[in-house]
Design a protein around this ligand. Structure first.
Ligand code: MLT
Ligand code: MN
Ligand code: ZN
Length: 298
């Protein structure tokens, strides 16, 4: 057994650089001064042969092409056995449209997230004769690849951006936004790319894990406002920040964790710059800043 994670894309929606963004990080990435990062997705395996991908980003075509472990092993034989979704956001589901070439795989999500897909007829491109849509109830372990089980649990979040109404509750607990408890080879890992707040019982759930992959969208709540890019705070987007008294570094500080790794990092986040004070602060707090192509042995 080899419980392994491969970060296919470490960036949040938009990626680094984002097509229309002239922020400092996006410009640095365009010039090749800092590494570009693709959108949010992590692949997991318990065997090295059978893989599950958590979230299907719009960049999945390139992500698969640059990851030999996921290349076809025969005419239509693929190590990729399943895709699991943690919410219905575009950066996590648009890649499904790339996976439409009559390839068998299982598509796991909560009933609520499956409804979002079912309400969008373009996803009928995933032929049901090949792609089995499997509903996972919360708090119920399911094998998503050989030897790899996933248990979904509610984390505070909101509905996808494109389904927002006039008012939006950003810390809904339900099936719209879930964290994933992965278990293989007797080890536990957690994947939580979107999380609005971290109540004590959520932190307690993570204690003792071999690794936690956590929402690294913003360094601070007003980051996009301060950069002049948006009126939206992190809280409004359903993402808690890394820093501050109610940030993720503080929330997970007391836990016994093998690895703590940030994923879903927005292009404005200063931790994307190798020499930033913020990156050093996060690393001093025991965090790894995830990047495309990063392999983690669990
Ligand atoms: C998010 O994580 O907040 C969303 O991906 C935003 C978006 O869909 O652009
Ligand atoms: Mn996102
Ligand atoms: Zn930018």
């Amino acid at each position: 057994m080899t419980f392994r994670a491969h970060i296919l894309g470490a960036a949040a929606g938009g990626g680094l650089p984002q097509w229309n963004c002239g922020c400092e990080n996006c410009n640095l990435a365009r010039r090749g001064d800092i590494p570009a990062q693709t959108q949010s997705s992590v692949a997991f395996t318990a065997t090295g042969h059978d893989w599950a991908i958590l979230n299907a980003s719009p960049d999945i075509r390139d992500q698969l092409a640059r990851t030999p472990a996921l290349h076809p092993t025969g005419l239509r034989d693929l190590p990729l056995k399943s895709v699991l979704l943690t919410n219905g956001d575009i950066d996590h589901v648009a890649g499904l449209l790339t996976l439409r070439e009559q390839q068998p795989f299982k598509l796991f999500a909560t009933a609520e997230i499956h409804h979002v897909l079912a309400d969008n007829p373009i996803f009928a491109a995933l032929n049901p004769a090949f792609v089995a849509r499997k509903t996972i109830a919360l708090d119920t372990p399911v094998e998503i690849a050989v030897g790899l089980t996933a248990t979904l649990f509610a984390v505070p979040g909101k509905v996808p951006l494109f389904l927002e109404g006039a008012t939006v509750q950003t810390d809904l607990m339900g099936e719209q936004t879930v964290g994933v408890h992965l278990r293989a080879a007797g080890k536990d890992a957690y994947y939580i790319p979107g999380c609005a707040t971290c109540p004590a019982d959520l932190a307690a759930r993570l204690d003792g894990a071999a690794a936690v992959f956590f929402d690294g969208t913003l360094w601070q709540d007003d980051e996009m406002v301060a950069a002049g890019l948006s009126q939206k705070t992190g809280k409004r987007m359903g993402h808690m920040s890394m820093s501050g008294p109610d940030g993720s570094m503080a929330a997970l500080a007391g836990l016994d964790l093998g690895r703590r790794i940030y994923v879903h990092i927005n292009n404005t986040n200063p931790v994307l710059r190798p020499n930033s004070d913020q990156r050093r602060t996060a690393q001093d707090a025991g965090w790894t800043i995830g990047h495309d192509g990063m392999e983690i042995e669990l």
